[in-house]
Design a protein around this ligand. Structure first.
Ligand code: NAD
Length: 418
């Protein structure tokens, strides 16, 4: 499978640095502070040896990057993917720094990953991989230091293994990870939170255009945690989800899918492509579909110089991290396509992760109503800040979002003293 660079001619890190440099220059940040904010605070690469089920020893590479911790403990997910590498993890850790600052959480930014193909690993092998990786990064994570969460190909079960492995050495520490099963101290609403936040952003963006989500056509790439919940919350708001896809390809139903039935189909481990009554399409066709809202929720840099001109949506909301190469923003803006950037659009996940962590350290569970109300309030405030800063200027929402995030982190850094 091609990586972000092969897809777009730009690595994820080059893309993040492009956005950072642009915003930092607009803010007039001191060049030395720019360098400080660009380079990660700490990064580790570890070997992750496990015995496969057939008795063979296999050694994987794992990474944890702590990008910036001026505003609080490092926070970011763990990704299992054949494309995962140190540079990509650096890029994703940096995105986390600007995202947590933008939604004003008391966290810094981090990310982790293991280069592996989880589709080739059994549950027992995934458990051994997770436990060994956790042992190897044990020295640098901690409830008040660095808190992992799920990302691509990791889930609540992965977090349960991480927590259990960490607790073998450190005792009861549910706040060491977020995105855990509720039975182990996880939060209500965490699993759906990223998709819910994406839908809040779509609704707020439509509101600014004087419209609602009712009847709007929505196309979603990726049908994992973020994609399936994004589709569900859009459908709940009256939008019509007309196409979805996963790694195998996509399906189209111009009349709109019954998203709950689609999720049940996926949960039964049936291929999306075999879903009855739908037309099969490729991921490339999906990205070029005529629709009101296109929501990429899978890999990075899927929209690039080679295919941006064929995007036929009125709005793009970035459920995934860095699904657009930054150089296409200008052309999309000129065509009147509003782009809601990842640091804002998918921040619902880390926001409810923060609620989970707060519940763990308080040892007090919040109600669903409380979580939903606080998520709504944080996302709307962040959306408003980003939108208002861009309004009446030539800034894209991405430039505005990066400027707000970077400004806050730079201020925290300076207040602490270098
Ligand atoms: P996931 O593993 O649950 O789902 C990923 C989905 O993408 C799957 O449906 C998979 O089949 C599909 N996919 C993989 N390769 C693809 C390809 N080449 N073309 C089309 N589809 C492909 O992962 P997730 O947790 O939903 O994360 C998706 C994205 O959202 C990632 O960029 C991640 O960093 C970002 N994100 C996740 C969270 C979270 O809370 N899980 C929060 C913020 C951002």
């Amino acid at each position: 499978m091609a990586n972000a660079h092969a897809r777009s001619g730009m690595t994820m890190l080059e893309g993040v640095h492009f956005n950072f440099d642009d915003a930092a220059q607009r803010l007039g940040l001191d060049p030395a502070i720019q360098t400080l904010l660009k380079i990660p605070y700490r990064q580790v690469q570890v070997e992750v040896p496990i015995y496969r089920d057939n008795g063979q020893l296999e050694v994987y590479r794992g990474y944890r990057v702590q990008h910036d911790g001026a505003r609080g403990p490092y926070k970011g997910g763990i990704r299992y993917h054949p494309e995962a590498n140190m540079e990509e993890v650096q890029a994703l850790a940096s995105i986390m720094t600007w995202k947590t600052a933008l939604v004003n959480l008391p966290f810094g930014g981090a990310k982790g990953g293991v280069t592996c193909n989880p589709r080739e690993l059994s549950q027992a092998e995934l458990e051994r991989l997770t436990r060994t990786f956790t042992q190897r990064i044990d020295l640098i994570i901690g409830v008040y230091n660095d808190i992992p969460a799920p990302d691509m190909n990791t889930n609540a079960q992965t977090m349960a293994w991480m927590m259990d492995e960490y607790e073998r050495r450190h005792g009861y520490s549910p706040g060491i990870v977020t995105g855990k099963p509720i039975d182990l101290g996880g939060s209500k609403c965490r699993e759906q939170a990223t998709g819910q936040g994406v839908a809040i952003c779509s609704r707020e963006a439509m509101k600014r255009l004087g419209e609602t989500l009712e009847g709007k056509t929505v196309v979603v790439q990726g049908f994992g945690n973020v994609g399936s919940n994004t589709a569900r919350f859009h459908a709940k708001s009256g939008a019509k989800v007309i196409a979805v896809s996963d790694v195998e390809g996509g399906i189209l139903n111009p009349g709109g899918f019954d998203v709950d039935a689609l999720i049940a189909w996926k949960n039964d481990r049936k291929p999306l492509a075999d879903y009855p009554g739908a037309k099969r399409i490729t991921n490339d066709e999906l990205l070029a579909m005529s629709c009101d809202i296109l929501i990429p929720c899978a890999l990075g840099h899927v929209i690039h110089e080679g295919n941006a001109s064929s995007v036929n949506a009125k709005m793009i909301v970035e459920g995934a991290n860095a699904p657009l190469i930054p150089t296409v923003d200008k052309g999309l803006k000129e065509r009147g396509i509003l782009v809601v950037p990842d640091v804002l659009a998918n921040a619902g996940g880390v926001t409810v992760s923060y609620f989970e962590w707060a519940q763990n350290v308080q040892q007090h569970a919040w109600t669903e109503a409380q979580i939903e109300a606080e998520l709504e309030s944080i996302m709307c405030e962040a959306f408003g800040n980003v939108y208002n800063r861009a309004a009446g200027s030539d800034l894209t929402l991405r430039q505005s979002a990066y400027m707000i995030g970077i400004e806050r982190v730079a201020r925290a850094r300076q207040l602490r003293g270098i």
